[in-house]
Write a protein that binds this ligand. Structure first.
Ligand code: SAM
Length: 223
């Protein structure tokens, strides 16, 4: 569904401006080699995550949905050396490849990959004394059905000022036609409605085109 012009422009921007390092390129290739779905964020979106981590001064990052660690590497590159990123993944094979990729990228000491259904991991994190304070930045990018549950956990595990980024909020326009995807679209719409109405959040949403087709992301701030 990605139009050739969108892909060509994204490649140009990636090479000219974004400039992912070798470890990031390797992470994408390792996922392809392992037969994993190519559903990581585009490089320009990964760089945006890194910059938002830096601009918000985050020291503790939470990610829901690891895949091969591509977005985790970007975000960890934006953290100070003593920063920490906890990322949730339920497939052991994905977690194993992500572990190798974050280590190869030289940021493995900042990254804690928790294997299991994210809702269980998040509930356990709420009780975990090693969590060491609230998360400053949360990236939600897993099963869209649970987007509003993840949003609620992000608020509960965060603090006023925590930045929450949610990926895939347009889903090729399925948010306006849930019959296009009866599983994921209602989950996304529920989270968008929550972002607009929940008094604990202030938010915006941006639609994008590129190698991942027509999609977008939302950014919320815990008030
Ligand atoms: N954030 C990654 C990146 O950009 O590099 C991409 C994440 S991919 C879109 C979603 C990941 O979430 C997959 O690896 C999938 O196995 C995992 N996942 C899906 N449902 C999950 C759940 N309920 N709990 C934990 N992980 C889940």
């Amino acid at each position: 569904k990605a139009q050739p012009g969108w892909v060509a422009v994204e490649e140009y921007l990636s090479n000219a401006v974004v400039r992912p390092n070798a470890a990031l390129k390797h992470a994408v290739q390792s996922a392809l080699d392992a037969g994993m779905p190519p559903i990581e964020v585009a490089p320009n979106a990964g760089k945006l995550l890194k910059m938002l981590v830096q601009l918000s001064g985050a020291r503790r990052v939470l990610e829901v949905g690891t895949l091969a660690g591509f977005s985790a590497i970007w975000m960890a590159q934006g953290l100070p050396d003593d920063g920490r990123l906890v990322t949730c993944e339920y497939l052991p094979k994905h977690a194993e490849i992500a572990r190798a990729n974050v280590d190869m990228a030289g940021i493995g000491h900042k990254v804690d990959i928790r294997i299991g259904p994210a809702l269980e991991t998040l509930a356990a994190l709420a009780e975990d004394p090693t969590r060491d304070g609230p998360f400053d930045f949360v990236f939600i990018d897993a099963d869209k059905e649970n987007d509003s549950n993840y949003l609620d956990w992000a608020i509960r595990l965060g603090r006023p000022g925590t930045v929450i980024v949610m990926d895939n909020v347009i889903w090729e326009g399925a948010i306006l036609d849930p019959s296009m995807d009866e599983v994921n679209a209602p989950g996304i719409v529920g989270a968008l409605e929550m972002m607009g109405k929940d008094p604990r959040l202030d938010a915006t949403a941006i639609q994008t085109v590129g190698s991942k087709g027509w999609d977008g992301f939302a950014i919320a701030r815990v008030v």
